[in-house]
Design a protein around this ligand. Structure first.
Ligand SMILES: NC(=O)c1ccc[n+]([C@@H]2O[C@H](COP(=O)([O-])OP(=O)(O)OC[C@H]3O[C@@H](n4cnc5c(N)ncnc54)[C@H](O)[C@@H]3O)[C@@H](O)[C@H]2O)c1
Length: 314
């Protein structure tokens, strides 16, 4: 394994299990030092087990430390970044991966669940970005490690639920869609500093994939296939985004499902009409002819991806 991330310091939230662990491992194998921020909680964010992160970093032996505070607590993401500074001297790569789920149909959802999901999946990610971006600007100005270090990388792990929507995932999809907007803003704000900010929507076998309840046979078949997909593919692509080679890439939305790697489109106007008459009938006629042929079907990613090429796990 080439060591092109040697000397870099990474923080991976939710980095002790599932996709986060695959990302932390991929960065570490390429030479980065890694702060693994994970409180070992349940899929729904309830309970904590600090051994999960401690055991994971023990397995890496060197260049890795655990941060086990609950990242949903205000101040915790900043403290994780301070740990990167005290343990390894700075921060070059931030991966916002930690997320929880509290699914409920919108007509039954509880406010507390919605707020808890937003707090970790979006607000904590913002706090991490805010602190990391300020630090990366300082590092760029001070030329940390020479010219080669005048950069930084931020990768936000999002979800196709934030693009397509998904039944019962109001909170999760809101947070992930928010993270997409945040990716674009951070990419713009940090462009002059040379910090690249991108989003990756993964799909891989984790305890979360196992918990998916298929709504029909096609989705059940898809789930079986997806459960064979190693999260290491996501780790590899994030390691690429963290490398020197990806300096030019910012503000993009990618997807990784096994070996299949996607670039997602981003919403831009696709049709236009100039409103002339003011009646409902006038607008209806223009909408029918100009917009309706281009409407996006009301389907979830599981329905849409069943038409995608087969996964080819390796
Ligand atoms: N698994 C998939 O196929 C899939 C699909 C789409 C998006 N994603 C996204 O990928 C990311 C990782 O998902 P996963 O399937 O590996 O999930 P996972 O539940 O297996 O891992 C998430 C990790 O985050 C940690 N975590 C959660 N809340 C925390 C908190 N408050 N403080 C510190 N750590 C916390 C957990 O302890 C856990 O180890 C998430 O952002 C998820 O939304 C996953």
């Amino acid at each position: 394994m080439s060591r092109e991330l040697s000397g870099r310091v990474a923080l991976v939230t939710g980095g002790a299990r599932g996709i986060g662990a695959a990302i932390a491992t991929a960065l570490w194998k390429r030479g980065a030092s890694v702060v693994v921020a994970d409180n070992g909680t349940g899929i729904d964010g309830r309970g904590e087990d600090e051994n999960v992160a401690h055991d994971f970093v023990t397995g890496l032996h060197e260049r890795a430390v655990a941060f086990t505070d609950d990242l949903a607590e205000p101040g915790a993401p900043r403290h994780a970044i301070e740990l990167a500074q005290s343990a390894f001297g700075g921060l070059d790569i931030l991966v916002n991966n930690a997320a929880i789920l509290r699914d409920a149909f919108v007509f039954k959802a509880e406010m507390d669940d919605y707020e808890d999901v937003l707090q970790l999946n979006l607000v904590a990610a913002f706090e991490a970005i805010r602190s990391a971006a300020a630090l990366m600007r300082e590092q760029a100005k001070s030329g940390r490690g020479g010219e080669r270090y005048a950069w930084g990388r931020i990768v936000n792990v999002v979800s196709t639920a934030g693009f397509y929507g998904n039944y019962g995932q109001a909170a999760y999809a809101s947070a992930k869609a928010g993270l997409v907007g945040l990716t674009r803003v951070a990419a713009l704000d940090m462009a002059r500093t040379g910090v690249a900010v991108n989003a990756v929507a993964p799909f891989a076998a984790t305890r979360v994939t196992e918990s998916i309840v298929p709504q029909n046979d096609a989705q059940a078949a898809y789930k079986d296939e997806a459960l064979a997909v190693d999260a290491a593919y996501v780790g590899r692509f994030v390691a690429f985004l963290a490398s020197d080679a990806a300096q030019r890439i910012s503000g993009q939305l990618f997807g990784v499902r096994g070996r299949q790697t996607y670039l997602f489109s981003q919403p831009r106007p696709v049709a236009q009409f100039d409103l002339e008459g003011g009646s409902i009938e006038d607008v209806d006629a223009a909408v029918r002819t100009t917009f309706e042929p281009l409407f996006v079907p009301l389907e979830t990613d599981l329905e849409a991806v069943s038409a995608w090429p087969q996964l080819t796990p390796r």
